[in-house]
Design a protein around this ligand. Sequence first.
Ligand code: FES
Length: 199
Amino acid sequence: MSGTEQKASKPGRTERRDFLYYATAATGTVAAGAAIWPLIDSMNPSADVVSQSTIVVDLTGVAVGSRITVNWAGKPVFIWRRSPETIAEARATPLDDLVDPIDYADENPNNSQDMPALDVNRSADEAGEWLIVIGICTHLGCVPLGQDGSNVGEFGGWFCACHGSQYDRSGRIRKGPAPRNLDIPRYSLGPDLMLTIGA
Ligand code: FES
C-alpha cells in the first residue's frame, strides 16, 4: 500500500478539525469517562513540574510490565514499560490490519513527518520498551480502561467503555468508533529514565 493510499483511508484534515471541534463540544456528555481520571491520577509517581506545559517524570521505579498514568497539561498520559512479549506482539501487527495506518506529525510530534503507524515509530525507545500515549479516546474524549492491567480489550492495550473502542498494545485503534490512534505527546526520554513530557 502506498503512502498516498494510506492517507486516503483516513479522514481529511478539514474533517478532522471539525471532528475535534465536536469532540470538544461533546466533552460534557461523556462525564462517565471523564470521572475516571481523578481516580487514576492518584497513581502519579513524583513528577516535578517545570512549567505548566512541561513535566519531568522519574521512570526508574517503573517495573517491566507496569503501566502508570501521569497528568500533563490537564491530560492523562499513559506510560507503559512493556515486556518483551508485549513488544513482540505490537511489532508483529502489519499495517494492513490497522484502521489508522498513518500517524500525522501533529499526532506524534516526536516525528518530523507523517509516519506509518508501526510500533517502531510510536514507541519511545528503539527497543520498544516504553510506550507513551495520551490517554484520551479519539472518539469523544473518554479515558480508556486498561491501565490497571484489566479491561485491556481484545487487542491487549486499552478499552474505551463509553462506546467500545479498542486499542492495541501500541495504542492504535483496532475496533470501534474511534477514528484515530491514541495521540502521542512530545517528549524526550534520557538513558537515565528521566522523561520530560511537553518538550
Ligand atoms: S469516547 Fe466513544 S469510544 Fe471512546
